[in-house]
Design a protein around this ligand. Structure first.
Ligand code: NAD
Length: 345
């Protein structure tokens, strides 16, 4: 098995996560040789950890021993670096969001097509354990037919870092977390979108969105809410999913939460009215004990291989990419549409 020699372009937070967290688990397939970063500080960190630091992008691209690059720079550089790398004959992995908009992606894909090199986007959150649980519930009807999906990430730390505050660099939360959540949703539901609306938040006074709430209706009848917030001092569950036979609430990435399903028993006594505030309700009373069963959230294994293993198979054996570029384009064109709807160009 001949490993693929890689260089990381942009050795910041995510670049170093690939180097230290993801690539080492595929060490038989992926051999990280070095990095290129415009920051002298990041170059030094790389050298200290035993990696080669290239003096320029051109130096990386002209190194014939390097077969592939990972692009992990701020978003506005993805397109130019991807195109140069593809033209130099490199196979390319690119961090999300793949580009600033669909027009940029189309330029990249045209070069990938003409060069015949692999271009694959690191939509890693398809492998998140919480998403895999929802995917399992959805495809195996474990809470009946799912008709409502609420997917949220919320924090109280504002927009992180420097370039994420700036429009020119592709900052803002729709292009950051939004890409992940929309990628998960579209990959899960597999149905055209009938209706969509969005409300961006600018609470922090940045020039880019610090969050958003979006509503979707799919042609197969599924409805979804996708929300990202950075001003939430206490947060809503990561997932709230309703099916015709139950409800799942996944509180966080640690899989805390519960799945409640209807037992379908016929001997169930009807719920008794309860005191609610200063009133009485039967509608909102908890179901009687026999009516439902509760389960903890349990992790499910993915029936597909890890990202870099798949990338290796795509490059070496022409396998199908798990993250394919039509899906990536669909997500990016949805993002274009959401910005357009809100009058953001
Ligand atoms: P970061 O600011 O921590 O790192 C970016 C690095 O790129 C910095 O070290 C910077 O010096 C370097 N850089 C800037 N311009 C460059 C250029 N022209 N050439 C070479 N190096 C350059 O940012 P980050 O959080 O690591 O984000 C980088 C990319 O990774 C973004 O596209 C982001 O969306 C993505 N990301 C993905 C995930 C994920 O889960 N898939 C998570 C975080 C970030």
């Amino acid at each position: 098995m001949e490993a693929i020699n890689f260089v990381i372009i942009g050795y910041g937070g995510m670049g170093s996560y690939h180097a230290n967290g993801i690539m080492p688990t595929e060490s038989e397939r992926i051999h990280l040789v070095g990095i290129y970063d415009i920051s002298a500080e990041r170059q030094n960190v790389a050298v200290e950890t035993g990696l080669k630091s290239y003096a320029s992008l051109e130096a990386v691209l002209s190194d014939q021993t390097i077969e592939a690059v990972l692009i992990a720079t701020p978003n506005d550089y993805h397109k130019e670096i991807a195109i140069q790398a593809l033209k130099a004959g490199k196979q390319v992995v690119c961090e999300k969001p793949v580009a600033m908009n669909t027009a940029e992606l189309d330029d990249i894909l045209a070069v990938a097509k003409s060069t015949g090199n692999v271009f694959m986007v690191h939509q890693n959150r398809r492998w998140d354990p919480d998403f895999l649980v929802v995917r399992d519930l959805y495809h195996n009807q474990k809470i009946g037919d799912i008709f409502q999906i609420e997917s949220r990430v919320q924090g109280a730390n504002g927009i992180p870092g420097d370039w994420r505050h700036l429009k020119a660099h592709g900052g803002g939360m729709l292009l950051d977390w939004g890409v992940h959540l929309l990628d998960q949703l579209l990959w899960l539901v597999h149905s055209p979108i009938k209706q969509v609306s969005v409300d961006f938040s600018y609470i922090l006074g940045d020039e880019v969105d610090d969050g958003f709430i979006s509503y979707f209706t799919f042609e197969n009848g599924v409805r979804a809410i996708v929300e990202v917030g950075t001003t939430n001092y206490t947060k809503l569950p990561r997932w709230y999913v309703k099916g015709t036979n139950g409800t799942a609430k996944i509180d966080d990435w640690d899989l805390s939460g519960e799945i409640v399903v209807a037992t379908g028993r016929t001997d169930v006594v009807s719920p008794k009215p309860i005191q609610a505030g200063v009133g009485l309700t039967k509608t909102m009373a908890p179901p009687s004990e026999e009516a439902t069963e509760k389960y903890p959230i349990q992790s499910v294994s993915a029936n597909f291989v890890p990202f870099y293993q798949n990338f290796y198979e795509v490059v070496r054996n022409g396998s199908e990419p798990i993250v394919n570029n039509e899906q990536i384009r669909l997500v990016l064109s949805l993002i274009d549409q959401l910005f357009q709807q809100a009058g953001i160009s």
